[in-house]
Design a protein around this ligand. Structure first.
Ligand SMILES: [Zn+2]
Length: 196
């Protein structure tokens, strides 16, 4: 059972991991906590945005859109490797996923195939949206991959988690394909190295 970090603690951890962090508006109090619980937290989820342009991407992730109000994550990782904090608390990023996957994340075991959408993920995962078109062609610059690695590692370090607590949206919710363009296995390997 892990309680979420405070917003200040979250910011400090990201900076301590060497990240360039941009605070967007009143991100510390922008959340969906009025719609359901936030915590206990069990892991970190990585997404791609299907957008182009950092300004537009950050704005969308903060505000959301018709039918899905923001924040759509906690941090937006743009192609330049900066982390833009758009919200803190419950955020609309993980949706309903597989309870078997959640159990595996908690136990830090190999993930089963996600074939059920029966569990509230927004309650249990920190979320990072990463600027990418998600078409398998749009490149992932090294600065951005490095920032994903550092952001995930920062959270794992705080909670005493291994790289197995970091999952892609595609590993959680049936039908999702994000992130596309790198594998979560390769990202977890990077995070494992960083946590050594
Ligand atoms: Zn996603």
């Amino acid at each position: 059972m892990a309680s979420p970090m405070s917003a200040g603690g979250f910011l400090a951890r990201l900076r301590a991991e060497g990240l360039s962090v941009v605070e967007v508006g009143d991100w510390e109090h922008h959340n969906r906590n009025h719609k359901g619980p936030w915590g206990p937290v069990h892991g970190v989820m990585i997404h791609h945005t299907v957008t182009k342009g950092s300004e537009r991407t950050v704005k969308l992730c903060r505000n959301g859109y018709e039918g899905l109000p923001g924040p759509l994550c906690h941090g937006v990782i743009t192609k330049d490797g900066r982390v833009h904090l758009v919200g803190y608390g419950r955020a609309n990023h993980a949706g309903l996923g597989d309870d078997d996957v959640l159990r595996a994340v908690i136990a830090e075991k190999a993930l089963p195939h996600d074939n059920e959408a029966n569990t509230d993920g927004n309650r249990h995962f920190y979320g990072f949206e990463c600027e990418n078109l998600g078409d398998g062609k749009d490149p992932w610059p090294e600065a951005q991959l490095d920032a994903i690695e550092r952001a995930a590692a920062a959270i794992c370090r705080h909670h005493g988690w291994t790289e197995r607590s970091v999952v892609g949206h595609l590993e959680w919710q049936p039908g999702k394909v994000d992130p596309r363009g790198f594998t979560m296995a390769s990202m977890r390997k990077r995070i494992r190295e960083r946590l050594k």
